[in-house]
Design a protein around this ligand. Structure first.
Ligand SMILES: [Zn+2]
Length: 195
């Protein structure tokens, strides 16, 4: 498994790409999450997420995953749905073109937190829960994949609720304020220079 795999508009995944070691998560039953819905993520990603969740609990914070792996076929279905509903232009702005979503790697997911029995899907800068994620997720191998101020580099709007597992390089990225795109580009340049 390549935990640094980059997926974006230039680096698309094929229709058949599906990570082998996906594990099933029990969705949160209480609240608005549909208990019958399947949530899948890659195994090492899941193990590290569990470690994060356990440590967060000690701080009084409660985190859950709302959306994990999304297949190519699923992405196609969603796009088709919005094209029929809103037309091509609006649909393309709203949803990712199939193959360009990081959710297809199983290494990325959207999370939410629960406070006072309520689910919070939108993260505000002031939320203690979000501050904790921002400052600690890297210790478990996660990065906020689409940070504020890097929209031109990632090609995505700021998404505080979207985490990506990258493994050991997470702390390096965090300390140097780098996106995965910038890191991969750096690596490629270094390869060219040392050839
Ligand atoms: Zn996401």
């Amino acid at each position: 498994m390549n935990y640094q795999k980059i997926v974006n508009k230039e680096n698309r995944l094929s229709k058949t790409y599906r990570p082998k070691n996906l594990v099933k998560i029990e969705p949160k039953v209480k609240g608005s999450i549909n208990p019958n819905r399947k949530i899948l993520v890659e195994q090492e990603t899941f193990e590290n997420w569990n470690a994060l969740v356990e440590d967060a609990k000690k701080q009084g914070f409660e985190f859950y995953i709302s959306s994990g792996y999304r297949s190519y076929t699923y992405q196609e279905k969603v796009l088709k749905h919005y094209i029929e509903k809103e037309g091509v232009d609006a649909a393309i702005r709203r949803v990712a073109i199939p193959g360009t979503s990081e959710h297809q790697t199983g290494l990325a997911f959207d999370y939410f937190f629960v406070r006072d029995e309520e689910n919070h899907y939108d993260m505000l800068e002031d939320d203690q829960e979000y501050q904790w994620i921002k400052n600690n997720a890297h210790k478990y191998g996660f990065i906020i994949r689409y940070p504020r101020g890097k929209e031109n580099i990632t090609g995505f709007n700021y998404e505080p609720w979207h985490l990506r597992y990258v493994g050991g390089i997470a702390t390096y990225l965090y300390e140097n304020n780098l996106t995965l795109d910038e890191f991969v580009l750096k690596q490629q340049k270094r390869l060219v220079l040392t050839k």
